[in-house]
Design a protein around this ligand. Structure first.
Ligand code: FAD
Length: 467
């Protein structure tokens, strides 16, 4: 057993943890980063990157199927899952190598192994007798795991999580996706492109239920066109598995059958058995509670990413949130002036086909905050956008604004619109007035023009809009 003292110990090398480590090292701190698996965490190895690679492969498949629409002679002959996985793993491998190089170049010591908090600021790696690392500060960043429901056993074969789904060596013929949130809709979309017959079961009244209802409805319409079935407002009761597949029972007596069931009902915090509570770190429902500067209840101990709940509120579990929190925690530790994150200003994307992208408040949230009489909305249909017509995609840009005031929310649906949300977040976060955005000239023909057109409409001078 060896003891080592450094400025900062980071437990967990995912998006939040490695961002904290990189920024602290940049600020001159000595840093140890402890990771039990692979740096990059869920996002790089089991989340953002592999799912987007599957979705892109699906887009290519759809392109081949629909090639005649564009006058191109091509035939879709099927999915070679080994080939898809090779492509996906190649993307992960390249990014992983790059990240390892970056961490090393910043002089961060990476320790491989499972860490546990054994003192308020001491992490022991590898169980009793293992090496101990004590930091002047500690950042907890142990992330999250795929949750299940009571009585729903994940066997990794018929009843699977997103981790298992990313490792499948074949395209399932049929699948039931439990949960119509971001992860459920992304798999439903990719598998449909691969040729799977998918049914989504969602307990709430809409798909992507955290989005503005208009976005949910547009996605539902598009999924209907793609022959993706979904059961909304339906609660799961139980599942039976057999050699050939699963039978899912819904409350009310309906049953569904498929080759497998993907459970996508949310992600829980990885905090159990890690010594957090024993060392006085406040935990609620498994989440580490922090303030807006990411400080836990123990002096000098911070927490970031999927693991946390800020001031006991639900928290966006996104990689870019983890990055931002890692940077904020490192800067706060280094005594730099920092501004708490405005979580409403974080862009959110569901990378299904079509994509759903948003930033700011939904109409319902804006009305709750500002009152019905003070909120106005406009919707610009992508049918008026040349580039969207070229791409053969449908959707809309919806703006929510304060009457005679700034834009409060931007909600977009359509192929590739995830890329548009970067501009939308500037508009929201700079509290831009519709008239100011209407002044900005968007390049033609791009989908970004739809943002410009929506603001022209909101400013009372619509251009490509039919009455
Ligand atoms: C299928 C899927 C798709 C997703 N797609 C997107 C997307 O498109 N965009 C987006 O923004 N977000 C996406 N996410 C969410 C994103 O992956 C997470 O928000 C992000 O990874 C959280 O980062 P984190 O650092 O908090 O945790 P994690 O990335 O989970 O990292 C935690 C790390 O801690 C390590 N660890 C845990 N316990 C210990 C221990 N005791 N000792 C040592 N190491 C430990 C783990 O091995 C892991 O590497 C997706 C998630 C999933 C599951």
């Amino acid at each position: 057993m060896a003891d080592k003292e450094v400025d900062l110990v980071v437990l967990g090398g995912g998006s939040g943890g490695y961002a904290a480590a990189l920024r602290a090292a940049e600020l001159g701190k000595s840093v140890v980063l402890i990771e039990k698996d692979r740096v990059g965490g869920t996002c790089l190895h089991r989340g953002c990157i592999p799912t987007k690679a599957l979705l892109h492969a699906g887009e290519i498949a759809d392109g081949a199927r629909e090639s005649a629409t564009f006058g191109v002679n091509a035939t879709f002959e099927g999915i070679d899952m080994a080939g898809v996985n090779k492509y996906k793993d190649g993307v992960i491998g390249k990014n992983w190598k790059g990240l390892q190089g970056l961490i090393k170049a910043r002089g961060i010591e990476t320790v491989e192994g499972e860490g546990r908090l054994v003192g308020p600021k001491t992490v022991q790696v590898g169980g009793d007798g293992g090496d101990r690392y004590t930091g002047a500060n500690v950042v907890l960043a142990t992330g999250s795991y795929s949750r299940s429901l009571p009585g729903l056993d994940l066997d990794g074969h018929r009843v699977i999580t997103s981790e298992h789904a990313l490792g499948l060596d074949h395209v399932p013929e049929t699948a039931i996706v439990l949960g119509g949130g971001v992860i459920g809709c992304e798999f439903a979309s990719a598998w449909t492109s691969f040729g799977t017959k998918v049914t989504i079961v969602e307990a709430l009244p809409h798909l992507v239920p955290l989005e503005d209802e208009a976005n949910s409805k547009l996605l539902e319409r598009a999924f209907r066109r793609r022959k993706i079935d979904f059961k909304l407002g339906k609660r799961f009761e139980k599942v039976e598995t057999s050699d050939s597949g699963v039978t899912v029972h819904l409350e009310g007596g309906e049953t569904l059958e498929a080759e497998l069931l993907l459970v996508a009902v949310g992600r829980g915090p990885v905090s159990e058995g890690l010594g957090y509570e024993e060392q006085g770190v406040r935990i609620e429902r498994g989440f580490v509670v922090t303030d807006e500067f990411l400080r836990t209840s123990v002096d000098g101990v911070y927490a970031v990413g999927d693991l946390i709940s800020i001031n006991s509120e639900p928290h966006l579990q996104l990689a870019h949130v983890g990055f931002a929190e890692g940077i904020l925690a490192a800067e706060h530790i280094a005594g730099q002036p920092v501004v708490p994150i405005d979580y409403a200003g974080v862009p959110r994307i569901t990378y299904s086909q079509p994509e759903v992208a948003s930033v700011g408040l939904t109409e319902a949230a804006a009305v709750e905050k500002h009152g019905q009489d003070n909120v106005t909305t406009v919707t610009y249909d992508l049918s008026g956008n040349g580039r969207s017509a070229i791409l053969n995609t449908k959707g809309a840009v919806k703006l929510v604004a304060e009457k005679d005031g700034p834009v409060l929310g931007i909600h977009i649906v359509g192929d590739r619109v995830g890329e548009l949300i970067a501009e939308a977040q500037l508009i929201y976060n700079w509290e831009a007035l519709p008239g100011e955005v209407a002044q900005l000239i968007h390049p033609h023909p791009t989908q970004s023009e739809a943002i410009g057109e929506a603001h022209l409409l909101l400013a009372g001078k619509p251009l490509h809009v039919h009455d």
